[in-house]
Ligand binder design. Structure first.
Ligand code: ARG
Length: 254
């Protein structure tokens, strides 16, 4: 009797472990090819990586993904959403790839799989031209705007700053221009692209190291392998650098 019960218990435990650990929602490379579509999730408020131009999503990562989709032989389908929906959507298997200037973190690795990294960014501080803030040391006790769900938010919370989080990146920028925030923390190349447009100043201090990669639902191994192969070829033959050049951005390999 006792033996039977412990066998049953073991079976239940094994089933539970499998339900959590074996849950995979990713598509295989052959399933993507069969469907004829590669569906990406993106938050197009992040120039020069992805932004809207006359209602169309454009940018460095969109150019990269168009070429990847071409090489796989499928159509690129772009789904737009706020950044804080991208990783949860990938985790739930609603899309094939998250393409959003996504920084690889240990925490995110628990929920999604990543391609190899293809670029190295950092967090930068953006201020108004008249600001007394000249570096990270001046941020203590200041109100800092960030985009919700980003590594900028994590970093600023970790540093104990007073954080104002906005789902749209543009609203985080607007908080600074309207004087609600004293500084805006955002990825460096995005800081440069948006600060220029809005007469803001980017401070020359890299606060973090942010390797970018593409995110996939767990269980997308064959698709990730294909991506890694294509991306490494595109890095080796200078295609990726060429795309960065077109946007006037210095290519920094991770
Ligand atoms: N690199 C940062 C992160 O992974 C910010 C990404 C924000 N992306 C965007 N498309 N708004 O959290």
């Amino acid at each position: 009797m006792l033996k039977k019960m412990s066998a049953l218990l073991l079976a239940v435990v094994m089933l539970c472990t499998c339900l959590t650990a074996c849950s995979s929602s990713g598509a295989t490379l052959s399933a993507v090819k069969k469907s004829g579509k590669l569906v990406i999730a993106t938050s197009p408020d992040f120039p020069p990586f992805e932004n809207l131009e006359n209602g169309e999503v454009v940018g460095i990562e969109i150019d990269i993904l168009n070429q990847v989709a071409d090489k796989i032989g499928v159509e690129l389908v772009i789904e737009q959403m706020d950044f804080d929906s991208v990783i949860p959507g990938i985790q739930a298997g609603k899309f094939n790839v998250g393409v959003s200037g996504i920084t690889v973190t240990e925490e995110r690795k628990k929920n999604v799989d990543f391609s190899d990294t293809y670029f190295l960014a950092s967090q930068a501080i953006v201020v108004t031209p008249d600001s007394a803030i000249t570096g990270k040391a001046d941020l203590t006790g200041k109100k800092i705007s960030v985009q919700t769900g980003t590594t900028a938010e994590d970093y600023c919370m970790g540093e104990g700053y007073e954080v104002l989080a906005f789902t749209a990146n543009n609203d985080a920028a607007a908080a600074l221009t309207s004087g609600k925030a004293d500084a805006w923390v955002v990825d460096n190349e995005v800081a440069v692209a948006l600060a220029a447009e809005q007469g803001l100043v980017v401070l020359d201090e890299a606060m973090t190291s942010e390797p970018y990669a593409f995110a996939f639902p767990k269980g997308s191994e064959t698709l990730v392998t294909e991506f890694n192969k294509i991306i490494s070829e595109m890095i080796a033959d200078g295609t990726i650098k060429g795309i960065f050049d077109q946007y006037g951005v210095l290519y920094v390999s991770p």
